[in-house]
Write a protein that binds this ligand. Structure first.
Ligand SMILES: Nc1ncnc2c1ncn2[C@@H]1O[C@H](COP(=O)(O)OP(=O)(O)OP(=O)(O)O)[C@@H](O)[C@H]1O
Ligand SMILES: [Mg+2]
Length: 311
């Protein structure tokens, strides 16, 4: 369904060119839930914005292609993309979207506006109530203003808005951040239900690996704008190969852990990247080659690939 090929996205800044993504590839098949994980600032949101054609200056897509159902959406004009793809085929739950509602209009007004703009036929008020029921909210929420909803309710209302015109593909950027654990689980179950009942493909972005292991079929691990590892959830969580993935998994607190491992150091400045493997300065296994040459993704199992000189 989605095939991102060798995508590079750069932002110009006073510090120089910020290489937010460099040669990144990612695939999502029909009905698949794919995870994209990595620490803050590694380029996750940039990737989702590129897929939604929402990279604006000072950002630019330096190279690569984004194929959706076989068509390169980067070759379309802004109008063509808006008419055919945005929200109709590729909808997005933006990072922090629960705070993205306009405070002066009701939830119903805001969902109905989406239906009008995308020319969804039928009665917009009835469709809004149907959407709210789909995300397990009381339809009367349509008459309420955003400040009258809890964070979890707002997040569900935004998911309803994302589903307004039945998109086959949904990007969810940190859909559970800032919610309590119980609400997190209910949002995850909602996404699982949508996949099962509506066969929606989902790209879920998070830095929460525990959550990812609960929901995805396959996961991509991004580090400093480069893909470090990819594999099925089983492969990644049972037998991670990249020292970065191992570090991320070791950072998940458990009920028994007395101390959280974490990964020492910081991600390098994306405007001033070191040569070789970008993780080498923090890597406990770094060898001489790691500081000189950049490793490429290499298959280690059927679906698992890793960009690391250890393999
Ligand atoms: N408009 C912009 N101008 C300059 N730099 C930008 C811009 N947008 C993003 N960046 C930079 O691109 C890099 C990737 O940002 P991005 O938002 O994709 O990270 P992220 O992985 O989504 O992080 P988080 O987990 O914190 O949401 C960061 O270094 C960020 O500072
Ligand atoms: Mg982000």
């Amino acid at each position: 369904m989605l095939s991102v090929r060798d995508l590079s996205v750069y932002f110009s800044s006073s510090r120089g060119e910020v290489k937010a993504l460099d040669g990144v590839s990612l695939d999502v098949s029909e009905g698949e839930i794919v995870g994209l994980a990595g620490e803050s600032g590694c380029g996750k949101t940039t990737l989702s914005l590129a897929v939604s054609r929402l990279i604006y200056p000072p950002g630019r897509i330096a190279s690569g292609s984004i194929l959706f159902e076989g068509n390169d959406v980067l070759k379309l004009t802004a109008t063509q993309f808006r008419e055919t793809y945005r929200w109709k085929k590729i909808a997005m739950i933006f990072q922090g979207s629960m705070n993205g509602f306009t405070p002066v209009f009701t939830i119903g007004d805001q969902i109905e506006e989406v239906l009008e703009i995308h020319r969804y036929g039928g009665d917009p008020a009835a469709r809004t109530r149907e959407l709210l029921r789909m995300v397990e909210l009381d339809p009367s929420i349509a008459e309420r203003f955003p400040h009258e909803l809890s964070g979890g309710q707002k997040q569900r209302a935004f998911i309803a808005m994302a589903l307004a015109v039945d998109p086959p593909f949904l990007i969810a950027d940190e859909p559970t951040t800032a919610l309590d654990v119980v609400t997190q689980v209910s949002i995850i179950n909602l996404l699982k239900k949508l996949r099962k009942e509506k066969h929606i493909s989902i790209l879920i972005i998070t830095h929460d690996l525990a959550l990812l292991s609960e929901i995805v079929d396959r996961a991509y691990i991004l580090y400093a704008g480069r893909m470090a590892e990819v594999g099925t959830a089983e492969e990644i969580f049972r037998d991670p190969k990249h020292p970065y993935t191992k570090g991320l998994i070791a950072s998940i607190p458990t009920l028994k852990s007395t101390k959280i491992e974490g990964i020492a150091g910081f991600m390098p400045d994306l405007a001033n990247l070191p040569p070789g493997c970008k993780f080498a300065p923090r890597c406990p296994y770094a060898m001489e080659v790691c500081t000189k040459e950049e490793p490429q993704l290499k298959g280690v199992r059927e679906a698992q690939s890793v960009a690391c000189w250890l393999y």
